[in-house]
Ligand binder design. Sequence first.
Ligand SMILES: Nc1nc2c(c(=O)[nH]1)N[C@H]1C(S)=C(S)[C@@H](COP(=O)(O)O)O[C@H]1N2
Ligand SMILES: [Mo]
Length: 297
Amino acid sequence: MAYRWKNTLTQADVTPKHLWMNRRAVLAGLAGAGALGGTVHAQETLEPNTLEEIRSYNNFYEFGTGKSDPAANAGDMVTDPWEVTVDGLVDNPGTYALQDLIGDLTVEERIYRFRCVEAWAMVIPWNGFELADLLNKVGVKEGATHVAFETAVIPEVMPGVRRRVIDFPYVEGLRLDEAMHPLTMMATGIYGEPMANQNGAPMRLVVPWKYGFKSIKSIVRITLTDEQPPATWNIINPREYGFYSNVNPQVDHPRWSQASHRVIGGGLFSAREDTLMFNGYPEVASLYDGMDLTVDY
Ligand SMILES: Nc1nc2c(c(=O)[nH]1)N[C@H]1C(S)=C(S)[C@@H](COP(=O)(O)O)O[C@H]1N2
Ligand SMILES: [Mo]
């Protein structure tokens, strides 16, 4: 099946807004000629946010709880060298230099919708690789059912950690089939630029059909396990933040509606959009066959 994101675009096609009209014209021409395989990809109508927007409006509580705190404070985090520990039910456990772990994986670009549980959204052109490629490389052992992730804790450069604004390390987890889904990626860049620290350098998870807090940043540990892993916001308030946290316009947050969201950017015009089931990625629906998503939210 042709996934929406499976496109033939390269970095050169993901342009700043002022070139967007031009790009659309090119795409229309390609589609007309059948060069995109006869499928009209919904993704191609997504207008990415600017790099400036993506780098200046962030959630990264290790650096503070304000939206501008990460950009202001994350610059002192050293992301090279960077080590990632892979452990649990894997064939090749160990603590790897990041490049040894991911250097041979194929980096591609994916333009994804990104929906925060706080009811705002962006469109982000990520560069990265499928998490499945990494998991297959380290070898998932029989019996593993989930993947757990952990963010770095570096108090010297993380004011939010020093002030203990929440419990750290920030942790997250996925079911193994969610982790292996081809939409799930590990991102190392945005707009063809290395990931800015405030976006989760040097490597962060991206799960586009789930609320943004599942997409854990600056990962230092990946653990294959046979239990549902702890997840930071689920621990803080399980009634408000479920383990699954799939984007679902029909399941409201106890304190606000999830039926629509504010689009970040666009200057004075802060448009609202309807929120789509699974954030507009219906190809993941079969992962949840037989589950009541109002119970397992
Ligand atoms: N380690 C860590 N990862 C995190 C967070 C965080 O506070 N700490 N915030 C999450 C939330 S709530 C969102 S919406 C996204 C924001 O990603 P962005 O700033 O790159 O847009 O990161 C997620 N990953
Ligand atoms: Mo979020």
